[in-house]
Design a protein around this ligand. Structure first.
Ligand code: NAD
Ligand code: MG
Length: 360
């Protein structure tokens, strides 16, 4: 077990990473300030890990559980309202702590509910997917989807603790695990060239979920993300590099309908498009694109966008994305391996050319 700190002044919090953490009261209790707790989870994760989590919460006056339906298509305001219903029916007050037990969908909704309930109550992230362990549980972005765009309704709201128990990954379906690997690869590309090299050497062991390899990768990603978030909590600048591949990826998710392609799968194809664009902007060479494709192939992730999507589909969806500023597309491109920059001057023609080069 070891611990990292996300350095955000008064909003700083630890990320505790390791195995056998769930169910051990010493990790959760120091971060719970009141006498009330509400665990938010879903119908898939509850039978697997809820009992173990509750073992780590002895002696509370009130522990309630909200079990949500499973799926990205339920990441909506309506579903968040079910959390409010329970909190109000069971008379939770401003001293309550919400605990998100699950993947990014549960974490994003629980965090948003915590940001809004009685204008803000404490919350803790207990991520159970690879994507949530390395990405969504850290950094304080919370929210839900709207039929017209992904993550369009939300708030920046930091948890008080991230409890990252790598044992939970044992039950994660392969396809979900691979989707998380897309975000893992992203850190190497945007800010950590040595980690990219490490992934090239260790991808097979990572996919076999070797415990030591997994712990190393989770730790490295959380460190990279914590450093970026600490430098720019609300995405006024540098934090945007974490969106590498995401503007293209969100277009894929929006046009296909949420949940058809997994978030990580869309990000995988989106990173190929973003790298293709970087190539056209003249900063990187072809060889890096090949190396990315090879890692994605090993991880059984898509290397190109869905065949049925057109250039118009992409442009329309991308222009609705949050990354449009004053009518210009803001896209993240690579300057070199491990170094990303936000470009708000990318000509549309270059974006179209990148799409066409990837078979759109
Ligand atoms: P998810 O939450 O839908 O989980 C994937 C599937 O795995 C679900 O069916 C879930 O029930 C199941 N599952 C979870 N843990 C399991 C376990 N241990 N064993 C077996 N099954 C398990 O998806 P995700 O990939 O974790 O998260 C994707 C979401 O995260 C998207 O909505 C995305 O927008 C969001 N996200 C948020 C941020 C952020 O900074 N807040 C960053 C990246 C992604
Ligand atoms: Mg993401």
């Amino acid at each position: 077990m070891h611990s990292l700190n996300v350095a955000l002044g008064a909003r700083s919090y630890p990320i505790i990473i390791g195995s056998r953490l769930l169910g051990d009261a010493q990790y959760l209790l120091p971060s719970i300030r009141g006498r009330q707790v509400c665990v938010v989870t879903n119908e898939t994760v509850a039978p697997l890990y809820l009992a173990r989590l509750l073992d780590g919460l002895p002696g509370f006056d009130k522990v309630d559980v909200v079990e949500l339906p499973d799926g990205e298509s339920y990441k909506t305001l309506n579903t968040v309202n079910r959390i409010f219903d329970v909190l109000l029916e069971k008379r939770h007050n401003r001293t309550t702590t919400l605990i998100a037990l699950g993947g990014g969908v549960v974490g994003d909704m629980c965090g948003f509910a915590a940001a809004c309930y009685q204008r803000g109550v404490d919350f803790i992230q207990v991520p159970t997917t690879l994507l949530a362990l390395v990405d969504s549980s850290v950094g304080g972005k919370t929210g839900v989807n709207h039929p017209l765009g992904k993550n369009m309704i939300g708030a920046f709201y930091q948890p008080r603790l991230v409890l990252a128990d790598t044992d939970t990954l044992a039950t994660l379906p392969d396809r979900e695990f691979s989707a998380g690997v897309a975000e893992v690869i992203k850190y190497g590309l945007i800010c950590d060239a040595p980690f990219f090299h490490w992934l090239e050497a260790n991808m097979d062991a990572l996919l076999q979920r070797d415990a030591a390899i997994l712990a190393y990768a989770v730790d490295r990603c959380c460190r990279d993300k914590a450093a970026v978030v600490a430098s720019d909590e609300r995405e006024s600048g540098r934090r945007a590099i974490l969106n590498f591949g995401h503007t293209f990826g969100h277009a894929i998710e929006t046009v296909q309908g949420y949940g058809v392609w997994l978030h990580g799968e869309a990000v995988a194809a989106g990173m190929v498009l973003a790298l293709e664009l970087s190539l056209l902007c003249g900063s990187i060479n072809n060889n890096l694109l090949e190396r990315l494709r090879s890692l994605l192939r090993k991880a059984r992730l898509p290397q190109r966008p869905p065949a049925e999507m057109t250039v118009v589909d992409f442009l329309q969806a991308m222009e609705l994305d949050k990354k449009v500023v004053n009518g210009r597309l803001r896209l993240v491109v690579l300057k070199s391996l491990g170094e990303a920059r936000v470009a708000d001057d990318t000509p549309r023609e270059k974006v179209i050319e990148a799409l066409k080069n990837c078979g759109v």
